[in-house]
Design a protein. Structure first.
Length: 126
């Protein structure tokens, strides 16, 4: 039996290139966690950006709730909001076609747990 003085890494490199190609092709098709919403427009929109560590709550046009980009029922949203500190920054994004009652339901939860540090996002009128 012949002993090898070196390790042949060419097959390893081939396998890694194939795996890299697979990862790159599938990564382009993965949704980036963005929930498509159309923000309502307003004339007096602040230029402030939302805090980076803010809790994101989204209501889409089908009146579905999302907490940190994960779908949640109103009950799940309530249990998550209940555990937040009262000073936690919250960003509320509501689709312009969503029902107002969905917005009121979330605003009611925020008031119920004294979460007053929240902002509602809108786009500026053009």
């Amino acid at each position: 039996m012949k002993k090898f003085d070196q390790i042949n890494v060419i097959p390893f490199i081939d396998i890694m290139l194939v795996l890299l190609a697979i990862v790159l092709t599938t990564a382009t098709f993965v949704v980036q966690g963005k929930i498509p919403i159309e923000l309502p427009s307003a004339e007096n929109v602040s230029n402030k950006s939302a805090p980076e560590h803010a809790v994101n709550i989204v209501i889409d046009k089908e009146n579905l709730f999302y907490y940190q980009d994960e779908a949640a029922s109103l009950e799940q949203l309530e249990s998550r909001l209940k555990s937040l500190e009262k000073s936690s920054p919250i960003t509320l994004k509501v689709d312009s076609q969503a029902d107002f009652k969905s917005f009121v339901a979330v605003a009611d939860l925020l008031q119920k747990y004294s979460l007053t540090n929240f902002s509602v996002l809108a786009s500026r009128n053009q």
